[in-house]
Ligand binder design. Structure first.
Ligand code: PHE
Length: 358
């Protein structure tokens, strides 16, 4: 077939365009290169559309042939483009799959832990719940009646001094101990009753071994014919569960306005095992060579306290005890600085992650 020179020129142009496209495609490395090629050749302003627009300038007789070839070229370019685009996408997915190593250990999110005060408090509650005690809580802002009056603490008692107590008004205080919970619980219930009451207490005290806020737990039991022997048996069981079955326990006579008789309880030093000396022969700093550390205050509930809540002291008797939770935690975990409990020092707190509750 004889081809007109105009047609020939048009076909040459298409061929050039296709070779240039092929050459450019060979160089493609990433989706950005491919996009440039699409814009240059295949977009509405690209060179292919440009070339096709010249069809209409050809002689009438050449147009079918020219149109057919042009369409084939256009089709090939577009197919090649689609093929390359899919190929690049597959490569990218493959690379992503290879970069993901399912054998790497996972990154677990950081989680908080229970505070040692919470741990110990829960532990103590668990031991007493095992003995049938209920857990009760009450307000940290107390009236003079619950914090002092009903507990037989007289007007002139030093505990009532502005030096020791944080007063909010003449008759409202931040509770200085958890003993008000004895009164509140006895008012609400009738004997027999047994409860533990954990919570924050406040005193005007701040130095290396005292904090203006600390935690106590109160325990009390009221029934008929409760004796000091019941108190001793209960506390012995409790202290051996919390510290160790091997500790020795000592009751020393003491005084509290709301118990009579009263005692303070010492346990053999858990740091030096009651020897008074450390492994290296130096005097034990925790028990100061005595072999014992004080752990709680207790006694038989005073008849005056029963009168304040309307119980007949002739019919009922009971015991009560109170202890500092931070102190138990310090002895149990060998912590020698009270401030660590209040500093929000995460590396310190994180160490309690693996202490199981009993
Ligand atoms: N409330 C006393 C204190 O804070 C402790 C205590 C409680 C003593 C119950 C005897 C009985 O020191």
């Amino acid at each position: 077939m004889v081809t007109s020179s105009a047609l020939q020129a048009f076909l040459d142009k298409l061929q050039h365009l296709e070779s240039a496209f092929e050459a450019a495609v060979e160089e493609v490395e990433d989706p950005e290169d491919l996009e440039n090629i699409r814009v240059t050749y295949l977009s509405r302003r690209g060179s292919l559309v440009q070339a096709l627009s010249e069809l209409k300038d050809l002689p009438e007789a050449d147009r079918p042939e020219a149109g057919k070839t042009a369409n084939l070229v256009k089709q090939r370019l577009q197919d090649r483009y689609t093929q390359l685009r899919d190929q690049l996408q597959q490569q990218r997915e493959q690379a992503r799959r290879e970069a993901f190593d399912p054998t790497l250990p996972g990154r677990s999110p950081w989680t908080g832990t229970l505070h040692p005060v919470t741990l110990v408090s829960e532990e103590i509650c668990t031991v007493f719940q095992g003995l049938g005690y209920q857990v009760v809580t009450g307000p940290e802002v107390e009236t003079d009646f619950y914090n002092f009056e009903a507990l037989n603490i007289p007007q002139d008692h030093p505990a009532r001094d502005m030096q020791d107590t944080l007063y909010l008004s003449d008759s409202i205080v931040l509770r200085t101990h958890t003993s008000p919970l004895q009164i509140r619980t006895m008012q609400e219930q009738r004997p027999p009753l047994a409860a533990v009451a954990p919570g924050k207490v406040y005193r005007r005290d701040a130095d290396l071994t005292h904090s203006p806020m600390f935690n106590q737990i109160e325990g009390f039991l009221v029934d008929k014919e409760i004796s000091m022997a019941d108190l001793r048996g209960t506390l012995t069981h409790f202290l051996r569960r919390i510290f160790s079955q091997n500790i020795r326990i000592r009751f020393r006579p003491s005084f509290f306005p709301f118990t009579e008789p009263s005692a303070e309880v010492d346990i053999s030093c858990v740091i030096c095992s009651g020897k008074g000396y450390s492994e290296d022969g130096s005097p034990c700093r925790v028990c100061k060579q005595t072999g014992f550390v004080e752990i709680l205050g207790c006694g038989m509930i005073d008849p005056e306290v029963f009168k304040a809540v309307g119980y007949d002291p002739e019919s009922y008797s009971g015991f009560a005890f109170g202890l500092g939770i931070e102190r138990v935690a310090m002895l149990k975990y060998g912590i020698d600085d009270l401030r660590l409990f209040f500093d929000n020092d995460l590396p310190f707190l994180d160490q309690f992650r693996f202490y199981p509750a009993i």
